[in-house]
Design a binder for this molecule. Structure first.
Ligand SMILES: [Zn+2]
Ligand SMILES: [Zn+2]
Length: 228
């Protein structure tokens, strides 16, 4: 059976995402697009997961706890977990390693936390789109220590993509999956990796159509396939 996925979506917690990216809107749009499993990966934070999980459960959509972490090298890394508690533990450490710079919502956008009724309950103070002072290596061990997996995001993007920034993917990090943004990109030299295509949606309409899938008998198979 095919599990259609979009593992890279931003909620209104990311300052760069639209205000329409609330838990209910994201889940309902994912359902409308006939996706089976999603992850909402906000920049260096995961605070909308509890609300998203409740809504997704009601709608029969699988959702993985995820974070898009900015390494010191200015590379974006997607971290996924089985359990929210483990993901939240990592997110708290990540947040502590962001520079102490306050968000200016009028310039960068709001960083809102919602409940399952799409009511704003809180916001985060530190600007989330800054880089942490943690290296890719340090983030790799932080995430694996919490039983998570780490996938370099949009490797082919000039800004914040690992190939764009470093020029190559260091073998030492032993990534199994990579995310490729441009579906037409040549995969020469990337044969040793499993490739994911996600939307990196910052607005509702950009959430993936049912076009990218992982195959398995059930959700456990998909987890196993991802290494979770
Ligand atoms: Zn990114
Ligand atoms: Zn992103």
């Amino acid at each position: 059976m095919k599990f259609y996925y979009d593992f890279h979506i931003h909620s209104d917690l990311s300052p760069c995402a639209d205000g329409e990216m609330t838990p209910n809107n994201i889940v309902k749009m994912a359902k409308l697009k006939e996706l089976n499993i999603i992850s909402v990966t906000d920049h260096n934070a995961i605070d909308n997961f509890p609300a998203l999980e409740k809504v997704a459960y009601q709608e029969g959509l699988y959702i993985l706890p995820g974070i898009e972490i900015t390494a010191r090298e200015n590379v974006h890394l997607l971290a996924y977990f089985r359990e929210y508690e483990e993901a939240k533990g990592v997110a708290d450490i990540i947040y502590a390693h962001l520079p102490n710079i306050k968000n200016k919502p009028s310039i960068f956008g709001e960083q809102n936390i919602y409940d399952e009724n799409d009511v704003k309950t809180d916001h985060l103070e530190k600007l989330l789109i800054n880089a942490t002072d943690l290296s890719i290596k340090e983030i790799t061990s932080l995430v694996s220590g919490a039983n998570g997996i780490l996938i370099p995001a949009h490797v082919d993007k000039i800004s914040y993509g690992i190939i764009g920034v470093l020029g190559f993917i260091p073998k030492a990090y032993s990534f199994r999956y990579i995310e490729v943004f441009n579906k037409k990109m040549t995969e020469d030299g990337l044969e040793q990796y499993e490739i994911l295509h996600n939307s990196d949606a910052h607005k509702l309409a950009d959430i993936s159509e049912a076009e990218n899938f992982l195959e398995g008998n059930d959700i456990e198979d998909i987890m196993k396939k991802l290494g979770l």
